[in-house]
Design a protein around this ligand. Structure first.
Ligand code: GLY
Length: 350
């Protein structure tokens, strides 16, 4: 099982993981930002002599070219099957680095050190690796677990508030999948507080929710689809926003998608309306609203029908009967979705 360490002494954790592990060469993969902002924070004796590989930051660079660059650097600097790659960055770095390590010489060990909240609670844990290809996100990749994941909240100070909110939306999703208590604990957290210890405790629970699901269904044949809660509508909002030239952050799309899919959960599975209203208020207060009109519904439905997780063109969602009780693979009709979007707009005050 993947070892996940939750601590703020990252240097100590790196030293312990490397000590006696017998790696003949260590590589660190960064992007432009983490090379500048984060690498100095984790530099320690255990990393003396490590070769640093840098790729350009951003999802636009999660490409075959960047992957080939990492393979070339590994090869040119003497990596063997007994070498280690440490991925230090957000989801692009951990996804691409995980794929580079899993395919180089048929697989070398890698450790993820996520530096954004979003990658800490989602991308870095659970074994999904990959790159974008032919204009499609995460089109090519393999399931391959990191040897270890080091999760710390000490990097969060380097992030803008919007990045924190983006990661927090995935935490809300995990909280709703877990229990009413966990959901309420998250709603009560003051997002502006920057309390790293309290945040680390919330992140730990959040990651454990994901880990429990992934352990039961590592290759996403059933239960893991629960982690797509909020994402059927969220991805449609993201694609629609991109198309109209006003891209939105993934986590914000998930927050708005969660509201719309919780409306669906209420309509189709009796999810308590009081919790729906609390979620909607939290999202409206912290993320604002994603503006749509009924003229946009057809375009949004088209995106949902073409979602890569949709089976035979139907709209597919994971829905909640209550917090902690999820059902996956639910087919939703266009009429249900239109009704949910109407109520989403009411709740968001648009
Ligand atoms: N991001 C959802 C999953 O890892 O399955």
């Amino acid at each position: 099982m993947q070892e996940v360490l939750f601590l703020n002494d990252v240097k100590g954790a790196v030293s312990r993981l490397l000590e006696g592990a017998g790696y003949n060469r260590t590589f660190v993969l960064c992007d432009d930002n983490t090379a500048r902002e984060v690498l100095p924070l984790v530099q320690c004796e255990a990393l003396d002599g490590a070769h640093v590989i840098t790729i350009a930051a951003g999802d636009a660079h999660k490409t075959l070219d960047s992957l080939a660059h990492v393979w070339s650097e590994l090869g040119a600097h003497g990596a063997t099957r007994r070498s280690l790659l440490i991925n230090l960055g957000g989801g692009v770095v951990t996804d691409l680095g995980g794929m580079a390590a899993s395919t180089f010489k048929r697989g070398i060990d890698f450790i993820n050190i996520p530096t954004t909240l979003l990658s800490a609670v989602d991308a870095a844990v659970g074994g999904k690796t990959g790159i974008n290809f032919n204009g499609l996100k995460n089109e090519i990749g393999v399931f391959s677990e990191a040897k270890a994941v080091i999760i710390s909240t000490c990097f969060l100070a380097t992030l803008p508030q919007g990045e924190i909110k983006s990661g927090f939306a995935e935490m809300l999703k995990h909280g709703m999948l877990e229990s009413e208590d966990e959901f309420m604990r998250l709603l009560d957290y003051d997002l502006t507080a920057a309390d790293h210890d309290q945040m680390l405790a919330l992140v730990r629970t959040s990651v454990q929710v994901k880990q429990r699901i992934v352990e039961q269904d590592p290759h996403e044949k059933g239960l893991r689809r629960a982690l797509n809660l909020g994402h059927t509508v969220g991805h449609a909002f993201e694609s629609f926003a991109l198309h109209r030239g006003e891209p939105i952050a993934h986590g914000y799309a998930v927050a708005w998608g969660l509201v719309a899919e919780t409306v669906l959960s209420h309509l189709k599975r009796g999810f308590p309306s009081e919790h729906l209203h609390r979620l909607a208020r939290h999202v409206r207060d912290n993320y604002g609203a994603f503006h749509i009109t009924c003229d946009d519904y057809q375009a949004l439905l088209n995106y949902m029908h073409h979602d890569k997780k949709s089976v035979s063109g139907e709209i597919n969602c994971s829905l909640l009967r209550s917090c902690g009780a999820v059902e996956t693979g639910i087919t939703v009709t266009d009429d249900d979705m239109r009704a949910a979007l109407d109520i989403y707009r009411d709740l968001m005050g648009i």
